[in-house]
Structure formats: C-alpha cells, structure tokens
Design a protein around this ligand. Structure first.
Ligand SMILES: [Zn+2]
Ligand SMILES: [Zn+2]
Length: 372
C-alpha cells in the first residue's frame, strides 16, 4: 500500500474507533512552570524527572482522535501521614480534574456513565473518567469511597506503592503473599454495589486472586505488561491474565519501558506489540487495551512518547495481521465495554465521527486513491 494510503487507512481506523487511555494523570499537566494543556509540548522520549514529565496536551489529543482517558487521582503517599490528610489530598486532585473541565470546557468533559461517554464523543470533546490510584486515601472509612463516588469516581485501584488498609504493597517481600485485608474486602463489595470499576494494577498475586473472587463484574488492570515476557513485579502472570479475561476485564498495556523489557530504558513500540501479541494469544484481542500512564510514568517507550504516536501503533498492529475491528477494541472499544457494563449503559449508540485533524484530510485530498 502506498505510504499516504497506509497513513490514511490508519487515521481512518483511529477515526472510527473508540480511543480511550486506561490510565493517565492528565491533571498534572498544569502543575509545571510554563505548561498548559492548550499548547503543544515537545516531548523527549527518555526519562525526565517526574515533575517535568507532562506528555498530554490538547493538540495531541485532537491529532490522535482520543475520545476519553482515565484521569487517575494520585494522592501522595507519605508514610505516617494521617488518613484524613491523604483524603484531603485526593479531593484536591479531584478538584484539579474538575478545574480542567471548566477551563477547557470546549475540549474536556467529565464522564460518569456510558451515556456520558457517548455524549462526550458526539460533542467532539474528550471524556475524563475519574479513578483513584491507591486506597490509602480512604484510610479505613468506607464513607470516603461513597463521597468520592458521589463526586464522580468511577474506577478504583486499591493498591499503589505503600501498604494501606486494603492491601499490602506488592514490591515488599512481606507484602507479596498477603491476601486482601478485611477492609479491602469491604471496599471491593461496596465498589460492586456502587458501580465502580475495579483495577488490580500494582496488586500482589495473592490479593489479586481475592479481587477476582469477590468482584461481580469486569476487573481491569489499567497499566501493566505480560510477566512471561518481562519478569517485573508489576506485570501479570499468564494465569492472572486468564482470570482477568474471565471476568470480562481488560489489561491496559503499559507504555513504561522497564515493564516491557527488563532493565532496559530503550524498549520500543515493537516490544510493546510483542506483549500485546502474547496477551492476545492467551485470551484474545478483546481483553487488551492501552494504559499509557502519561504524566505519571517517569519514562515512556520510543514511538509513543505522546498520542501522536498512535497512527504508527495502528500501523504496527496492521503489519502483524490484526484486523481493524481487533485494533479498534485495543484502542478503546474493549475498555468501553467493561466501563459501560460497570458504570451504566449508553443512552444510544452514536454514529462514528471523524475527529482526527486536518493533516489527514489534507492527505486525503492529495491522494486520488483515498480509502476514505
Ligand atoms: Zn501506577
Ligand atoms: Zn499512575
């Protein structure tokens, strides 16, 4: 296929698909000096200090036709900090997400249900789904989960780096074999009742099994890779991927190089596609998604340093023989299925809208054999 036709074909797949990123910290975008979401940023692909690492901007979202992303509340984990201060910290982060939707009301909108997701796409805006990364913000008070849910929380990832009342930290030798704690079980059950999508990222194998048993709907793992290809503690073993898929869940493939190739900051897009291939061979393409951790991960793979890399990602999957409908699922359709099942049905199914920007349209005019 001529280069311009291939580019158009990839852009068309992006246009027609749901494109949803399962894990970001978009609200960090304006915490850095001279940064704002509206301006295009130059992103270097190698590690930068965490606080200078904003990768999301509205021009990039528009260029790639992103429909929605999970905006994960990141309440800083300080050992010995009282739980109510962790909770205040989480609320402040939630307010930062809401402030973005007010400041950029033409581009961003909060999403609380499948209906909201469809409405966001129809209005040409990017939907933000609020999630919580780390249950330390809850302390051991279930009412805090209810308050966050009322404020828009729709996904909960109980584990993060340090111990909390739900689960022990996965990286520590004494936390690895620990089950979900009593408060963790209560949180999972309440999340089921409230319609909050459970996320097992950062969780140990033992606790993860408990979540699979207790959950009564899809369980996701928003940002991880395949342990069979990279033996990092944050990645899932094959049997865990099968159990996740059995719930109807989705594994959001990580963009973090060290979870794709051990001890290598130079993992490429090709390596990420190898991880996707592995998961697809285990459980099929309908259980894979994208979990960039943009604005959170201190390093991102070459080729996907921001959303402008998505057309090349689509091209790689096509070259591997993936069908456009499988690619559409990986780009966001699979996550949307799990989200709608947990957080409410769409009001109706909107027709696909062309949103990818003029670069592709210009190509379309120039190319007499345009597939559009
Ligand atoms: Zn994380
Ligand atoms: Zn994160």
């Amino acid at each position: 296929m001529p280069v311009c036709r291939l580019e158009l074909y990839c852009a068309n797949i992006l246009n027609r698909s749901w494109v949803i990123d399962m894990h970001t910290h978009v609200q960090f975008a304006e915490r850095f000096p001279r940064r704002n979401l509206a301006r295009r940023h130059l992103n270097l692909h190698l590690s930068l200090p965490r606080w200078g690492n904003a990768r999301i901007d509205i021009p990039a979202l528009r260029a790639a036709g992103v429909n929605a992303m999970v905006a994960s509340i990141y309440a800083m984990e300080f050992p010995f900090l009282p739980a109510h201060l962790h909770f205040e910290n989480a609320l402040a982060d939630l307010r930062a997400i809401e402030r973005l939707t007010r400041c950029y009301a033409d581009d961003l909108v909060l999403v609380r249900s499948g209906g909201d997701l469809d409405a966001a796409r129809q209005s040409g805006r990017v939907g933000l789904i609020v999630a919580l990364e780390g249950a330390h913000a809850l302390g051991s008070d279930i009412a805090r989960l209810e308050t966050l849910h009322e404020s828009g929380l729709r996904s909960l990832q109980p584990a993060h780096w340090l111990h909390n009342a739900c689960v022990k930290a996965n990286w520590s030798w004494w936390g690895r074999g620990q089950p979900l704690m009593e408060f963790g079980r209560e949180v999972v059950k309440r999340a089921n009742e409230l319609g909050i999508l459970l996320d097992v990222a950062h969780m140990s194998s033992r606790a993860l099994r408990d979540v699979f048993e207790l959950a009564d709907g899809p369980v996701i793992c928003s940002h991880a890779g395949a342990r069979a290809l990279c033996n990092a503690k944050r990645n899932l073993f094959d049997e865990e991927i099968r159990a996740l898929a059995a719930t109807g869940g989705v594994l959001g493939m990580t963009f973090y190089p060290f979870y794709l190739r051990r001890f290598s900051p130079l993992a490429t897009l090709g390596r990420m596609v190898e991880h996707i291939d592995h998961v697809v061979q285990l459980v099929g393409p309908e259980h894979v998604g994208l979990g960039s951790d943009y604005n959170g991960a201190p390093a991102i793979i070459c080729g996907l340093r921001d959303y402008r890399g998505l057309p090349e990602f689509v091209e790689r999957l096509l070259a591997r023989g993936y069908r456009p409908e499988d690619i559409a699922g990986i780009l966001g359709g699979n996550f949307r299925r799990a989200f709608v099942k947990t957080c409410g049905k769409p009001h109706h199914c909107p027709p696909p809208q062309t949103r990818v920007e003029s670069r592709w349209e210009a190509l379309c005019d120039e190319c007499p054999q345009s597939p559009c």
